[in-house]
Design a protein around this ligand. Structure first.
Ligand code: M6R
Length: 622
């Protein structure tokens, strides 16, 4: 979490880094701050709240410096306040730095530095880094040489010595008043990208803050440090060994990251789903062969044929996609599948072998727990695969092979289009693995033909947006909602509940509808409505019985039902219809009204649905 941006070049740095920060705000928005090298001094601004607050403080100040760093924070240590906002400084205020990650041994380091008379001004873990650099400036220069500003180590040496002492994760950008022509950045566990311009360079936590300026980027790896100047950059390991880095050309556009006329990114992204799904399957779904071809898995095709077990690791919405994937893969590809929260997997003793494929699902490709899980899987000899949306992200790079979602940038904190594209990739994977095993050509063709219709069917659901908005209005003031579904739609009940929790702060629980009588029914009364996902599928009758039981106890019901189902109107207070499709594909449709419902409840409650409280888009800390 937290977003970092830095600029060095010939333009005024402040507007560039403020604009970059806004694009990174999805990573955290508790507070923001920036430091600019200005006429031989470093000026520093901080504000609690969103980047706009910081912008208000900076506006009218006529800051002309051409080097600066900035940060948007998601608090880990210390509450959101000016003093805890980044950039942090050393005692002499010579070093200014921004940090994303957690310094796990900060208390120990802080105690040591306090004994050496360092004065701390914040409660953060990050501040120790600035004081450590200050401390290493004082130490005699190492044999590596280089100019020193205080008779001790030079800037890079002091940073290198500091990094040796840090335990935990960091993406760091550091500037030094006495070496005004450089930004030093270092990465361990938190993403950092260097954007290469002409006579200017920009660094950021991800490319969304860079695309406006250049399409040429270098992704730093863990254990790398870069000294970035306006015309130059030098990348080494933190052991100071030179590394040759590949320059990647981005295919993102600024427009893709804009709201495009919608009131919120979330709404835009909900409406982008027909396209996102079409992009996910384009060129991959071969309907006439009832097959899917996934270029990203070509290199591991032989190993995939002999896979005996699949373990899916992910978090949040991506975890729910994994649950749907489990149902698909077991039913149609006949491969045993386990789905695990990545945060649990990394601390268990998972039983993996070389015939196990571990699939990490991640929109951002930077989720710390998912990344750790995939590293653990590789360590144990499993085949590590990724279903990742963000091209060039750490999980995408560290997995043995994988499939990109091609959903485009997802900015709203609540994941929507990434989820439906993850489901689409699972359909492709099921076809590919299923057809290599028992699945018949006829079945393969049926699934592929139906999958091709899904984007159009989603368009039909989206056309009901005003109906859903009206229904949502009726439920704006409820404090609790129970979401229920069965079989393929049980994970959708979980996802629907997560969506409304995240953006509307409504307490919601997702349950398999068969579990209702084992506890949750006790919650039901007229103030505790239920949403039943009850399309005409193999468990339709079972869902109807559940609805009867809720009705008998005075509970209100919203049903997600198959178009034409009149009977359900007798049991539900409100019905939202979705078109008929294959049972395994219904999650791709049933999730859409639940996303819209959550969105309209959130908006109806006057909330900032794109930036819900306490959340960050990308959870890069444990
Ligand atoms: O980027 P990832 O898919 O790895 O993120 C996983 C979760 O943090 C994410 O899905 C989170 O639950 C979203 N806020 C859900 O809307």
């Amino acid at each position: 979490m937290c977003g970092i941006v830095g600029y060095i070049g010939k333009q005024k740095a402040a507007p560039i880094i403020l604009e970059g920060l806004k694009r990174l705000e999805y990573r955290g928005y508790d507070s923001a701050g920036m430091s600019i090298m200005e006429k031989g001094k470093i000026v520093n601004f901080k504000a609690v709240g969103k980047v706009a607050e910081l912008e208000n403080k900076v506006n009218g100040k006529n800051i002309s410096g051409t080097l600066g760093i900035a940060h948007t924070r998601w608090a880990t240590h210390g509450k959101p306040s000016d003093k805890n906002s980044h950039p942090h400084t050393d005692c002499a205020r010579q070093i200014h730095l921004v940090h994303n990650g957690i310094i796990e041994n900060y208390q120990e380091l802080k105690d040591m530095l306090i004994k050496k008379k360092h004065k701390f001004t914040s409660e953060t873990d990050s501040e120790v880094v600035a004081h450590l650099i200050e401390e290493f400036f004082k130490k005699p220069a190492s044999t590596r040489g280089g100019s020193s500003t205080r008779g001790g180590n030079n800037f890079k040496e002091a940073v290198l010595e500091t990094l040796k002492l840090l335990k935990g994760t960091y993406g760091l950008a550091i500037i030094n008043k006495n070496e005004p022509g450089k930004i030093i950045v270092a990465r361990m566990g938190s993403p950092l990208v260097l954007g290469l311009g002409h006579g200017e360079n920009i660094i950021a936590s991800d490319v969304s803050a860079i695309v406006r300026h250049t399409d040429r980027v270098i992704y730093l790896e863990d254990g790398e440090i870069a000294v970035v100047e306006a015309e130059n950059y030098e990348i080494t390991t933190i052991k100071n060994k030179a590394v040759a880095k590949k320059v990647t050309k981005l295919d993102w556009s600024v427009e893709k990251a804009e709201k495009g006329g919608f009131e919120h990114f979330m709404l835009k992204e909900i409406f982008e789903q027909p396209h996102a799904i079409a992009d996910a399957i384009r060129g991959r779904l071969v309907a006439k062969e009832g097959m899917a071809k996934l270029g990203g898995l070509r290199d591991v095709a032989d190993r995939l044929r002999s896979i005996e077990k699949i373990v899916i690791v992910s978090c949040g919405t991506s975890y729910h996609a994994g649950l749907v994937g489990e149902y698909m893969l077991e039913e149609y590809a006949g491969i045993p599948v386990e789905v695990e929260y990545a945060s649990e997997f990394r601390y268990r003793k998972p039983l993996l072998s070389k015939n196990t494929a571990v699939i990490a699902i991640s929109q951002s490709g930077e989720t710390a727990d998912t990344l750790a899980a995939i590293r653990e899987a590789k360590e144990k000899g499993a085949l590590a695969l990724g279903i990742v949306n963000t091209v060039g992200s750490t999980i995408a790079r560290e997995t043995d092979a994988g499939v990109y979602n091609h959903a485009g940038p997802e900015i709203g904190v609540a994941s929507t289009k990434a989820f439906s594209s993850q489901l689409s990739i699972f359909v492709l994977l099921t076809l590919m693995l299923g057809r290599q095993r028992e699945m018949s050509l006829t079945m393969g063709k049926r699934i592929a033909d139906e999958m091709n219709r899904i984007p159009r069917l989603i368009e039909e659901i989206l056309q009901q947006k005003n109906i859903i908005k009206k229904i949502a209005k009726k439920y704006v003031d409820y404090k609790d909602i129970l979401y229920m579904g069965r079989k393929y739609n049980f994970p959708i009940a979980l996802e629907g509940a997560l969506k409304i929790k995240e953006i509307s702060y409504v307490h919601a629980e997702g349950y398999p509808s068969g579990e209702m009588k084992h506890g949750p029914i006790a919650l039901i009364d007229k103030n505790f409505p239920s949403i039943f996902i009850a399309p005409k599928d193999s468990v339709y009758e079972k869902n109807l019985s559940g609805m009867q039981e809720i009705k008998a106890r005075g509970g209100r019901i919203i049903a997600i039902a198959t178009t034409g189902d009149k009977h359900i109107q007798k049991l539900a207070d409100d019905v939202i219809y979705i078109p008929k499709t294959l049972e395994m594909l219904t999650p791709l449709l049933s999730v859409i009204p639940l996303q819209l419902f959550a969105y309209y409840v959130g908006v109806g409650r006057g909330l900032d649905v794109d930036k819900p409280r306490n959340l960050a888009k990308s959870v890069t800390v444990e």
